[in-house]
Design a binder for this molecule. Structure first.
Ligand code: NCD
Length: 339
């Protein structure tokens, strides 16, 4: 039995290097199922409550598909208006009720610490799919898994890596969670590039400093990237600004395209973004002209999300060693295995 069985996953602060390795080992084991080379029905009969009270494409759908790929069923609630939260029901009551209908719950909500509050009323494990500007632990896990795979592929490692985080570091929950996970490794050089008003929160900076890593803070992209192993771009989190006018001030401040990449980055700097990228002309933080560049890892990142979420379900429900026992053939034609 691992520490994950029956437990909530609310924050990256719960994780240790050992537990990261456990998750990543199980995630690797999920590859043939995600590629439809094999099927497993290990969660046949189990129900995921997928509660998304904030917009989402990748996170919501990949949580659902991950559960389906393990043989389980998904019950989805999308949007505040479709739920009794809009009638004044508390998170506690919602959790108390919905957790009797489900075996595990994934939840996203616009308020910081709301998923933690919800978990207090839940009788089943709750996985945080993003709580306001606070945390996004499953995204951080898939980002770290991607960083490890991409660096190992080119003979590098996370220890000693130079990681540039760019954009809205204030409201971007993915960079808050990812930075704290990276703190567990050795000798990281963090380059934090944002407008001064959208700087990384002090408590995250303190964690990086206390872990003894190097930090460079800058307000411009050019001139700061030539040693970066990872360049992690983010979107201006417009939904967290007091007004659209306020968000407009920062859109398009940092843009990466093919020419800027070639001029300012090493030839093997890995380009990452949690997605969605804002492709509107006034923002366009990551240009389409890099779409076929081998260093663009954004879609591999999203693919890895499926593996990580499958691993988290298997671990929280304690079936990570029973995948093979419940295997069955793939009956339909599938191209995914050829990728
Ligand atoms: C991120 C999020 O929701 O925090 N998206 C995601 O889950 N992949 C980043 C964002 O919305 O900009």
């Amino acid at each position: 039995m691992t520490q994950f069985e029956g437990s909530h996953i609310l924050s990256v602060n719960q994780l240790s290097l050992d537990s990261l390795n456990t998750i990543f080992n199980v995630a690797h084991k999920m590859t043939p199922y995600a590629l439809r080379e094999k099927r497993t029905k290990v969660l046949d009969g189990a129900i995921l409550g997928n509660l998304f009270f904030e917009p989402s494409t990748r996170t919501r759908v990949s949580f659902g598909c991950a559960f389906n790929l393990l043989g389980g069923n998904v019950r989805e609630t999308v949007g505040m208006a479709a739920s009794s939260l809009s009638k004044g029901e508390s998170l506690y009551d919602t959790a108390r009720v919905l957790s009797t209908y489900s075996d595990v719950i994934a939840m996203r909500h616009p308020e910081s610490y709301s998923v933690e509050e919800f978990a207090k009323g839940s009788r089943v494990p709750v996985i945080n799919g993003g709580d306001g500007a606070n945390e996004h632990p499953t995204q951080a896990l898939l980002d770290l898994f991607t960083i490890q795979k991409e660096l190992v592929h080119s003979g590098r490692s996370i220890d000693g890596a130079h990681i540039a985080l760019v954009g809205d570091l204030k409201y971007g929950r993915t960079v808050h969670s990812l930075s704290r996970l990276l703190c567990m490794y050795k000798d990281i050089h963090f380059t934090l590039i944002s407008p001064s008003e959208l700087a990384m929160p002090e408590y995250v900076i303190a964690d990086i400093e206390n872990a003894g890593h190097k930090i460079t803070i800058s307000h411009q992209l050019e001139g700061n990237l030539n040693q970066a192993d990872i360049l992690y771009l983010t979107r201006i989190q417009e939904e967290r600004f007091p007004s659209q006018e306020e968000a407009n001030k920062y859109r398009g401040k940092f843009r990466l395209n093919h020419s800027i990449y070639t001029q300012h980055c090493k030839s093997n700097t890995v380009i990452m973004h949690p997605l969605p990228r804002d492709s509107r002309a006034q923002a366009n933080e990551l240009d389409n002209d890099l779409n076929s560049h081998p260093s663009l890892a954004i879609f591999r990142q999203a693919d890895n999300g499926l593996l990580i979420r499958m691993a988290l379900f298997a671990l929280t429900l304690g079936v990570e060693n029973q995948l093979e026992k419940y295997e069955c053939p793939v009956n339909w034609y599938s191209r995914k295995a050829d990728r």
